[in-house]
Design a protein around this ligand. Structure first.
Ligand code: BEZ
Length: 307
């Protein structure tokens, strides 16, 4: 049995007339009748009752019809899906930590999509550690995170070191104290850190910054994510140390202050499978450096490429 038999049979079953079915199929009626007879012989059953004046499906014909239409629909789906796969030559799954959305990530994604229209790009929010696993499992192709995790199977590129800044409630004494703050100026405050889980995370980079300088905030308040930290800062519940790109998130009730120590930074790290030399990853990396140049954003020189 061939697909042609199914198409002819479905047309006759739906039109209940050989003449109309032949017109619909753009073929002559005699070959259509022959094909249906051939199909009945092949199956060894009668699909149509031809005795009455009107052509009717037999019970077997009705059964065959319901399956034939499904099969034809599946074939059409298969055709269109295969065409789509053929046209989408490439796909790229990107993992990212939430805080990178306040930096260059949206611009990078928009530009990559504009320049690579045949690449199906998908975005997946996940922690840096989850990105490592997802890269190994093949669920993502590239990850953008902040944790310097060593893994022989993963290639890591430190793109840039983003300055940390302080978010404090508008009108708070710290916001009026001096133009640039020192970390020690914050010890009398409640420090709001994020994300609470999973760890290690950006929260640990902030805690390490205090610890490395033998400083201890008065109180630590862990919250799920950056937006909650900012909301609580706005409410006067404490201060938060955030990546400087958050500054772009203008809020009338939060003021941002720079820190005086240039080593107070959080890296933005691109991770990929060690042996993945794919064109998409190369192009994505090229595009990121191009954008840094265009926007005059300081970045770690490319010679630092490595694991
Ligand atoms: C950036 O802000 O530099 C950045 C963010 C996400 C991915 C790559 C770069």
């Amino acid at each position: 049995m061939e697909m042609r038999h199914l198409r002819y049979f479905v047309a006759v079953a739906e039109e209940l007339s050989f003449t109309r079915a032949a017109q619909r199929l753009h073929i002559a009626q005699p070959p259509l009748s022959r094909q249906i007879q051939q199909l009945e012989q092949l199956l060894g059953v009668q699909l149509f009752e031809r005795n009455s004046r009107q052509l009717k499906l037999t019970e077997t014909g009705k059964f065959f019809y319901s399956h034939a239409v499904q099969l034809l629909a599946q074939t059409a789906d298969l055709e269109s899906m295969t065409r789509r796969v053929g046209n989408i030559e490439r796909s790229l799954a990107v993992g990212y930590v939430g805080s990178t959305l306040y930096g260059m990530l949206p611009k990078i994604i928009r530009r990559f999509r504009d320049e690579n229209t045949t690449v199906e790009l998908s975005l997946h929010e996940m922690s840096t550690m989850d990105q490592i696993r997802a890269l190994k499992d093949g669920h993502i192709d590239v990850g953008f995170g902040r944790i310097r995790h060593e893994d022989a199977n993963i290639r890591r590129v430190i793109l840039r070191e983003e300055k940390m800044i302080v978010a404090c409630p508008v009108g708070h004494p710290l916001s009026l104290l001096k133009p640039v703050l020192a970390l020690r100026d914050l010890v009398g405050e409640t420090l709001i850190i994020f994300p609470k889980t999973p760890r290690p995370s950006y929260a640990d980079q902030v805690l390490a910054a205090f610890h490395d300088r033998a400083l201890k905030p008065r109180q630590i308040y862990e919250v799920r994510e950056l937006q909650i930290a900012l909301g609580l800062v706005a409410a006067g519940e404490g201060i938060s140390v955030v990546p400087s790109s958050v500054h772009g998130l203008k809020r009338g009730d939060v003021s941002y202050k720079e820190l005086d120590d240039p080593t107070l930074v959080s890296p933005i790290i691109m991770s990929m499978r060690a042996l993945d030399e794919s064109r998409d990853i190369r192009e994505l990396l090229e595009l990121i450096y191009r954008l840094y140049e265009e926007e005059r954003i300081p970045y770690v020189p490319r010679a630092d490429l490595g694991r």
